[in-house]
Design a protein around this ligand. Structure first.
Ligand SMILES: Nc1ccn([C@@H]2O[C@H](COP(=O)(O)O)[C@@H](O)[C@H]2O)c(=O)n1
Length: 631
């Protein structure tokens, strides 16, 4: 772990369900190679993961089983090690490649910008030569300009010890927000391709493995499952997914399951299968597929207490030379980038999902009530007496702020993106004031987003559309102030009786039940958030701004542009300001409201200064307590 990482806290653990064929799975790492330096439960780093995988590989070699490592994309954007260097990603590729990953693919974050997809072409694909798959992804070769698959469409291989013959595909969901140097073929189109149909008909297979940057409860995986199952009624199909940043496990049928392993190096997913037919090796005879196969999953908290336990090692025997070297490389990169440089001191925690919105400890309330208005009110147009509505998407905010030092690292954890704020001058207020409802509630804009698969919320929150019980119910207004709902202790399995005080953390409920997490935790409550929040700037405090503090979001299809109160103080026109990432949706929404606006009418705020910089400047101006200690 990193030198400043907090030590993990001992906790009751469930064992690894080790079997004939085993997998370790990471997804949505988003550059968190250094692990979590403020959270003991997730404080192991990529170097520790390298050591851990080595011990498990040795175990497989010793008992004749197999172990495969999988990563399902979104390795970039979300941490200073990636976003804080110039050019971005300077250290990322050399750190990532030190792990021996058997199957790897791209996520959407590798594809938002041409420079990151080209970096896949130049670095990740060759670094994982033969293991990177791109079943539905093409790139314009930066050398020749020709469109070609980013990597092989599929791969057939035989496992080292059991001789299991596996056909693997590496997908990305039907993403449409990519830069124009890549092309994504929809999954629906891809399964109709001759090469796909031919590959799955291969008779010399023991298992089909579909991994991808795809929500395991998505239409895309449902399509792949039904297509493959129709062709191969009895073959085991193992899925690994990602993108929604949650721990989840789906059972498709008695021979097909899917695992999703969280986000940000918080979770190492473990999966095992027993009863797979073996093609036979010199040491293992040919064995038929068992009529009753066994699939098991475990979500490991990524900390050394867990990793030592599951590898049967201790602090002396766990670190491998390669792992230690990678830990050092990460530390050197962090120092080079001065990620611990302090910009201010956060007076209390601010949460993305662990408090409802609005709430005094919601990061969105902080942005809405302090950062955005206090920054934008200084701009010349507001100083001249104009008013503005400032709208930003909640998905651009990626992580919580903990009480204490707010560093360069924190800045990128919270807001890694380079998008700035843009504005439309003098929009009729009668339309502008309807915008937030249109962006947040059901209606044409949301329907279009669903169709396109582009979202304004963070992936965790988007995932809730397939998982209706993911979040706590909207809390009553009374419990918002002065306190907030306390996590309830959870009645738990017998390990609870060992006398441990359980640490709050993930308590995953999935298709196999409640026993997936390796660490027994007390339950954390998560709350849903809207797509967008809005600050009002330049209005007198007595004016009513009905949308800036939403009450319960409306669920009625017809309510998205109705019932917005008017007051006598309503201005005739306001500036509509917004995060550049949602410009397309702002324009569409205004058109829907009857305004004639187009991209060319928008202007950049403060010469395109990124929202990340804006937040950093605010922290320096408001939370800087030079000389004072910061807890
Ligand atoms: N420049 C960007 C890029 C993305 N977002 C937000 O992130 C969401 C996607 O995140 P995943 O980790 O699931 O891929 C996207 O829906 C946006 O909300 C952004 O704000 N700015």
């Amino acid at each position: 772990e990193q030198p400043s990482a907090p030590s993990p806290i001992a906790a009751p653990l469930r064992e690894l369900p080790w079997a004939q064929l085993n997998f370790l799975h990471t997804t949505d790492v988003h550059g968190w190679w250094g692990g979590h330096l403020q959270e003991p439960s997730y404080s192991a780093d990529w170097g520790d993961y390298i050591s851990f995988a080595k011990h498990l590989r040795d175990r497989a070699d010793a008992d004749g089983s197999d172990l495969l490592l999988i990563d399902t994309g979104d390795r970039v954007e979300g941490n200073g090690i990636y976003d804080g260097s110039s050019p971005v990603g300077k250290f990322t590729y050399d750190i990532a490649k030190e792990q021996k990953i058997d199957l790897i693919c791209s996520g959407n974050h590798e594809l938002y910008k041409a420079n990151s997809s080209n970096a896949e072409f130049y670095h990740t694909v060759p670094n994982f030569k033969g293991n990177y798959l791109a079943s539905n992804l093409d790139i314009y070769n930066p050398e020749t300009g020709k469109l070609e698959p980013l990597a092989a469409r599929y791969k057939k291989f035989t496992t080292k010890n059991q001789g299991i013959r596996i056909l693997a595909f590496g997908f990305i969901f039907d993403f449409t927000g990519n830069a124009n140097n890549t092309i994504i073929h929809t999954v629906e189109d891809t399964v109709k391709e001759d090469w796909f149909k031919e590959a799955i008909r291969d008779k010399e297979l023991d298992l089909i493995l579909v991994f991808g940057h795809v929500d395991i409860r998505s239409f895309e995986y449902a399509t792949l499952y039904s297509t493959i199952r129709k062709a191969r009624w009895d073959l085991p199909i193992q899925f690994f997914g990602g993108h929604s940043h949650i721990r989840d496990y789906k059972i498709y049928d008695s021979k097909s399951v899917a695992l999703e392993s969280g986000r940000y190096m918080e979770t190492i997913g473990f999966m095992s299968i027993d009863g797979v037919r073996t093609g036979g090796t010199k040491d293992v005879p040919v064995k038929p597929q068992k009529s009753k196969m066994k699939f098991s999953r475990r979500y490991l908290d990524n900390n050394l207490f867990s990793l030592h336990h599951h590898s049967g090692k201790d602090s002396k025997t766990f670190p491998t030379e390669r792992g230690v070297n990678v830990t050092k490389t990460i530390d050197q990169a962090r120092n080079f980038l001065a990620l611990t440089k302090r910009y201010g001191c956060a007076p209390h925690d601010l949460w993305v999902s662990r408090r409802p919105y609005p709430h005094k400890e919601s990061i969105f309330s902080w942005l809405e009530q302090q950062v955005l208005p206090q920054t934008i009110e200084l701009s010349p147009r507001i100083q001249e007496g104009r008013k503005a509505l400032v709208i930003t998407n909640t998905g651009g905010i990626r992580f919580d702020i903990f009480k204490g030092p707010f560093t360069k690292d924190t800045t990128f954890l919270v807001s890694p993106f380079t998008s700035g704020i843009r504005y439309l001058k003098d929009v009729p207020y009668k339309s502008a004031k309807q915008l937030l409802k249109l962006l947040n509630n059901e209606g044409p804009i949301l329907e279009m987003m669903e169709k396109e698969g582009t979202w304004m919320k963070s992936p965790e929150h988007v995932a809730a559309r397939f998982r209706p019980n993911m979040f706590a119910q909207e809390p009553d207004a009374e419990i918002l102030e002065p306190g907030f709902p306390q996590p309830q202790p959870q009645p738990q399995a017998p390990l609870w009786d060992l006398g441990h005080d359980l640490i709050p953390g993930y308590t995953t409920h999935d298709d196999a039940g409640d026993d997936g997490d390796d660490t027994l935790h007390s339950r954390l409550i998560f709350y849903n958030v809207p797509n967008c929040i809005q600050s009002t700037v330049g209005f007198s405090s007595s004016s009513a701004h009905p949308q800036s503090q939403p009450k319960r979001p409306s669920s009625s299809n017809t309510e998205h542009i109705e019932h917005v109160d008017s007051t006598e103080d309503d201005p005739e026109k306001v500036d509509v300001m917004f995060n550049e990432f949602i410009q397309k949706w702002i324009i569409l929404a205004l058109e829907y409201l009857g305004e004639e606006v187009e991209e060319a009418d928008t202007e950049s705020f403060r010469d395109g200064m990124s929202f990340t910089e804006i937040m950093k400047e605010w922290v320096k101006g408001h939370w800087d307590i030079a000389g004072e200690t910061c807890p």
